[in-house]
Design a protein around this ligand. Structure first.
Ligand code: PRX
Length: 685
């Protein structure tokens, strides 16, 4: 980064001593790559006039174009209601159903078309091609079960802890049909993490699967449901029912016993609902569609609440024009539906457009790094979407693999972390065979869909840069004093969005104050103002804008670590470490990693009289895995004699991060205990 000063916050606000943005790499400006004439000739959006159409003078009415891609039971009266900032209400008065828009409306013309290709991880298992008609039947029957057996109704929350199987979108869409708010928890998260989310959302029903494949092993997943229910009970919350899908219908694949009166095998019970149909409920545009929990600056994950109308309109428009999805395309987003990317760009966006969407159960490099290219060749996938972490792993394990297969992508996406130009170029040349356009899409769980990206047939691509704001999104970079940093200033600052947009989350579930304070308070010009211009949205990322208007995202400026494109809160990890009885203090720092982008290193000090040992380090690591999940497992647990501290007793994470990243910790003479720095350096060596 050219200047780290603007990223530094005032003393009171400063919670982390080092941010991801501050350890961001220095990438040189790259040359442009142009989209091919062949791509442009077929693209959904080629008219550069779109930016005029979505200029700020036309805000908010320009977004009607987004909502017009959907079928409405009742048209909206007001495009945007700003009477209670920053709680924006989109398409007020409108009524629609998300499930109807993703399934029913395609039946007349496309009922025989594949909606979901489910690809099991074991390569000898057949791929399931679920047509729109079959999806319609399965979603209806399951919706009937949710309504009649579970008693679920519009507005209730249900927690899903499902792996990457077709039953996950089926469950989500069945909820959407009824107006039940789904809250899917990433299957790799622990039972405890699932419990915390079920408690916060007050879900009485938990939907899971007995087992799923990961790296060649059939994992027992049902055991996590037992832990989740027990942990929720400890927090005073009762989960009444656990619905269990079977990975192999008719066979129970988990050694964990069923709990009588609580656990139900969905595949058995569904027989009672054969042939049942459920009318899609016409719901207000601003009713919630789902919650997606994400890490923030405090210990507790926050439930981002997304709406039906604004969200669905946003992901549908961006799927059509940024992903360039046509109804005849086979589209594969290799993310997990347990994250926002999968919600928006495996399920809701592609299905709203009537495309065929691939759901792959396993890891990309299993059994070898040629797997994704075999899947793409067999299914004739022509749009591919993944993360820099996956691209780095595929490049490391099989740099020449893509050349062995006859797949042809017209379009590829990268999302979730900054991508190194050298990795981008491999993706373009080898995976895309020099033919595919690439969009580097920057956005967040909170945003619903893409914020910055090139429009693939209009802009040139620049490796390592996300690009300008998409049509209708007007980003701005502010320094700490709230001064705008113009394009080409060479200075990094805090990226914000000037205007509301339909895909944005509506609030944090049960925590409206946190919604206002975390995203809007910092740069709000007047807390009493009803004018949206006074309420820029602060993303929490450091960024620079080049003279050509392209934004390059540097990383988080707060206490969040982005591991392999997944957000983890430092407080969450530290409080998990503190559960171990021997631990006195814990501090986690982000470390640059060649595959995962960033990984956490954990420093702990022990209670007086205790000696460092491998056992204690192992216990700390295990505590983090059981509290959060394997994704948060630290690269190293370093047991230090003492934490480097300021004279006022604050742990200097900046010093620890510098040591972990092999950087110079700078002047440490003002610390209360400068001598400890060399001792820690010695330990880390
Ligand atoms: O730091 C940014 C990074 O991922 C964060 C959002 O993470 P999450 O809410 O889990 O959503 C990930 C998928 C949308 C952001 O604050 N990030 C996301 N996309 C990019 C990125 N960093 C650089 N380039 C991107 N394209």
């Amino acid at each position: 980064m050219s200047d780290d000063k603007p990223l530094r916050r005032s003393k009171e606000e400063q919670t982390a001593d080092i941010s991801e943005a501050q350890i961001a790499v220095h990438w040189p400006e790259e040359d442009y790559f142009s989209p091919s004439a062949k791509f442009i000739a077929q693209a959904n959006l080629t008219d550069a006039g779109v930016f005029e159409r979505f200029s700020l003078d036309r805000f908010p009415e320009c977004f009607r174009e987004f909502a017009d891609l959907l079928d409405w039971n009742q048209r909206w009266e007001k495009t945007l209601d700003t009477s209670n900032p920053p709680f924006w209400r989109w398409f007020v008065g409108g009524k629609l159903n998300a499930c109807f828009n993703c399934i029913d409306r395609h039946l007349a013309r496309h009922k025989n078309k594949t909606a979901i290709h489910f690809v099991p991880e074991p390569e000898n298992e057949t791929v399931h091609h679920i047509t729109y008609q079959e999806l319609f039947v399965r979603v209806n029957e399951f919706a009937a079960l949710l309504r009649d057996f579970c008693g679920l109704k519009t507005g209730d929350r249900v927690t899903l802890h499902l792996p990457m199987v077709a039953e996950l979108p089926i469950t989500m869409l069945a909820c959407a049909r009824l107006g039940v708010i789904h809250s899917q928890v990433f299957s790799g998260f622990s039972g405890k993490a699932c419990a915390d989310r079920a408690v916060d959302s007050e879900s009485r029903v938990l939907i899971t699967m007995d087992a799923y494949y990961r790296v060649g092993k059939l994992l027992d997943h049902k055991e996590k449901a037992d832990i989740a229910v027990a942990e929720a009970a400890k927090e005073g919350h009762k989960v009444h029912k656990v619905l269990i899908w079977q990975r192999y219908p008719g066979k129970h694949s988990s050694p964990t016993k069923l709990v009588e009166g609580r656990d139900v095998i969905v595949n058995d019970l569904l027989k009672k609902y054969r042939g049942k149909r459920v009318e899609p409920a016409p719901l207000p545009a601003e009713a919630p569609l789902f919650l997606m929990y994400t890490s923030g600056t405090t210990g507790k994950p926050k439930g981002c609440q997304h709406s039906i109308g604004g969200y669905l309109a946003y992901v549908t428009w961006t799927s059509k024009y940024i992903q360039d999805i046509h109804p005849e395309d086979v589209y594969w987003c290799m993310a997990d539906i347990g994250w926002i990317t999968g919600h928006s760009y495996i399920v809701y966006g592609p299905l709203a457009l009537g495309a065929s969407s691939v759901v792959y159960e396993g890891v990309p490099t299993h059994p070898d790094a040629g797997r994704p290219w075999r899947i793409a060749e067999d299914l004739d996938v022509n749009i591919f979407h993944t993360s820099p972490t996956a691209i780095r792993a595929l490049r490391r394990d099989g740099p020449d693999e893509p050349a062995k297969y006859h797949h042809h992508f017209k379009h590829m996406t990268t999302v979730g972390e900054p991508i190194e130009p050298v990795v981008w170029k491999w993706y373009h040349k080898m995976v895309g065979k020099g033919e595919a356009v690439i969009v580097d899409t920057w956005w967040q769980t909170e945003n619903g869909g893409f914020l910055c990206s090139t429009v693939p047939a209009i802009h040139k691509m620049k490796p390592g840069s996300a690009g300008p704001g998409i049509p209708g999104i007007h980003p701005v970079i502010y320094d700490d004093e709230g001064k705008e940093l113009p394009a080409g200033s060479g200075k990094a600052g805090n990226i914000c969005i000037r205007n509301p947009w339909p895909g944005s989350f509506q609030t944090i579930w049960k925590d409206a104050d946190r919604y206002v304070n975390q995203y809007y308070a910092r740069y709000c010009k007047d807390r009493k103002s009803k004018d949206w211009r006074d309420w820029p949205y602060m993303a929490g990322d450091g960024a620079v804008q080049a003279a050509d208007g392209y934004y390059r995202i540097l990383g988080r400026i707060d206490d969040v670590i982005n591991v392999a494109g997944h957000r983890l809160g430092t407080k969450e990890i530290e409080s998990a470490a503190l559960i171990v009885a021997e631990v006195a203090e814990a501090a986690v720092v982000p470390v640059a990693d060649p595959i995962k982008g960033k990984v956490p290193d954990l420093y702990v000090s022990l209670k007086p009289g205790l000696k460092a040992s491998k056992e204690i380090a192992g216990k700390v690591s295990a505590a983090i895995v059981s509290e959060i999940g394997a994704i948060a497992r630290p690269r190293e647990v370093v047991i230090v004699p003492d934490m480097p501290k300021t004279r006022s007793g604050k742990i200097m994470r900046r010093v620890l991060a510098a040591i972990s990243n092999r950087q110079d910790p700078g002047d440490v003479s003002t610390l209360a205990n400068p001598e400890v720095v060399d001792k820690i350096k010695e330990l880390v060596k």
